[in-house]
Design a protein around this ligand. Structure first.
Ligand SMILES: Cc1cc2nc3c(=O)[nH]c(=O)nc-3n(C[C@H](O)[C@H](O)[C@H](O)COP(=O)(O)OP(=O)(O)OC[C@H]3O[C@@H](n4cnc5c(N)ncnc54)[C@H](O)[C@@H]3O)c2cc1C
Length: 389
């Protein structure tokens, strides 16, 4: 088998790259470890920056998002019962789009199907080879047989646990990591959201986030112990705890119902440098992770895809290799800023096990500064809606 770009991983990064390359006349094959149903059952991100929205338009998959997505011009920040709004539109002229990652992935699959693309599911033992030569290839098992996929380039879009990052020699690879001492317990419920906008809440009992997917589908999170499991939390216990962590007027409006999904995610900041090795390029969670506070996970994957897609198309169409050679440097410059923002929002809004009274006063002062300073609000807003590519 031969293609121009072999894409390992059929999550949003891999599928979006494949679709954008297709639009520019560059062929690719996507190799995914899981089944399509499994990929589509994962409930993850839901806030899209304008950069990703624009890429969806360029990829020709924006029709449903434009129809069903919700534009958010601002967000609410709470500290105990004190609540204020960050007005993205007024401060930056921009906004974010609320549209679930699951829906983005579904739209991408449909577009790839319509184009007759090769997306191979349930591939195991996927391994890239000869990355520092002009003729890299990938081997893998599929439907009981060993396959070889020859290509010009390999895109490692295989998420945090995928094999591609490990192909960068240890003598070259540097990994930077911060693991946070708490997790997020998330609940999805078929109930109307408590507010039209997201509420990020710092309370003395810990962080809470009120989020949504649509007018009758809410996504709520509370900070929890890393040792907790979803079974430790009945729906009633979750709703009671959420009510205690958000401002009273929001708690009074909260509509509860049975959870249709409940999961715990650990929080981590992680960056791998470099993001390329020979003819292999890492994209998305394969190279970096952010804690979900700040909604940057899917969006950073999209910014990598933006740089890589343009670099590959310039190579194929104009023989221009500048974008290829500088991919890692260009992508990392933006990634580190998103890492800083996600770390800052996480530190601002969560209670930490070892936190002293002084640390809590610092958090309160930081939130008060944000509440009363237009400069601080502008800095937050421009990062939240997404720095330019
Ligand atoms: C539980 C959870 C909740 C999250 N919530 C949020 C959120 O609320 N907000 C936010 O902004 N971000 C969130 N994120 C992060 C966001 O979902 C990711 O940043 C985003 O999915 C990155 O896309 P990706 O394509 O790079 O990686 P992934 O979505 O991880 O896709 C990688 C793909 O590669 C496949 N793969 C792995 N190994 C192999 C292999 N050996 N061979 C072939 N394929 C392989 C995987 O099956 C997967 O389909 C969350 C992440 C998780 C895990």
């Amino acid at each position: 088998m031969r293609t121009q770009v072999a894409i390992i991983g059929g999550g949003p990064a891999g599928l979006l790259l494949s679709q954008l390359l297709h639009k520019a006349g560059v062929a690719s094959v996507v190799l995914e470890r899981r089944s399509r149903e499994y990929v589509l059952s994962r409930i993850r991100a839901g806030v899209l920056e304008t950069g990703l929205v624009n890429l969806m338009h360029e990829a020709g998959i924006a029709e449903r998002m434009d129809r069903e997505g919700f534009i958010h011009d601002g967000t609410l920040i709470a500290n105990g019962n004190d609540q204020f709004r960050i007005d993205f539109k007024e401060l930056t002229g921009s906004h974010v789009m609320v549209y679930g990652q699951t829906e983005v992935t579904r739209d991408l699959y449909e577009a790839r199907d319509a184009a007759g693309a090769t997306v191979m599911h349930e591939c195991s033992g996927v391994k890239p080879h000869d990355l520092t030569t002009d003729a890299p290839y990938v081997t893998f098992f599929h439907e009981g047989a060993v396959h070889r996929l020859d290509c010009d380039f390999i895109a490692g879009c295989d998420g945090f646990h995928g094999p591609c990052r490990q192909e960068i020699p240890l003598s070259v690879r540097r990994e930077f990591e911060k693991v946070y001492p708490f997790g997020w317990l998330g609940v999805l419920s078929e109930t109307p959201p408590v507010d039209n906008e997201l509420i990020y809440s710092n309370s003395e009992r810990g962080f809470a986030l009120c989020s949504m997917r649509n007018a009758n589908l809410s996504r709520y999170y509370i900070q929890c112990q890393l040792s907790d499991t979803p079974d430790d939390w009945t729906d009633d216990a979750f709703w009671d705890e959420l009510r205690r962590r958000i401002p009273e007027e929001a708690a009074d409006r909260l509509v509860t119902g049975p959870s249709i999904e409940k999961s715990i995610a650990p929080l981590r900041s992680f960056v791998c440098e470099p993001m390329q090795w020979g003819r292999m390029f890492l994209c998305g969670d394969a190279a970096h992770i952010v804690p979900p506070t700040g909604a940057k996970g899917l969006n950073t994957a999209a910014s990598d895809v933006n740089y890589l897609w343009r670099a590959l198309v310039a190579w194929y169409k104009d023989g221009e290799r500048g974008g290829i050679d500088t991919y890692s440097e260009t992508a990392l410059a933006r990634i580190w800023k998103a890492e800083r923002f996600s770390w800052w929002m996480t530190t601002l809004l969560h209670r930490l096990p070892e936190q002293s009274e002084f640390d809590i006063r610092m958090q309160d002062a930081d939130i008060a500064y944000l509440q009363h300073s237009t400069a601080a609000q502008t800095a937050m807003a421009e990062n939240y809606v997404g720095l330019p590519y």
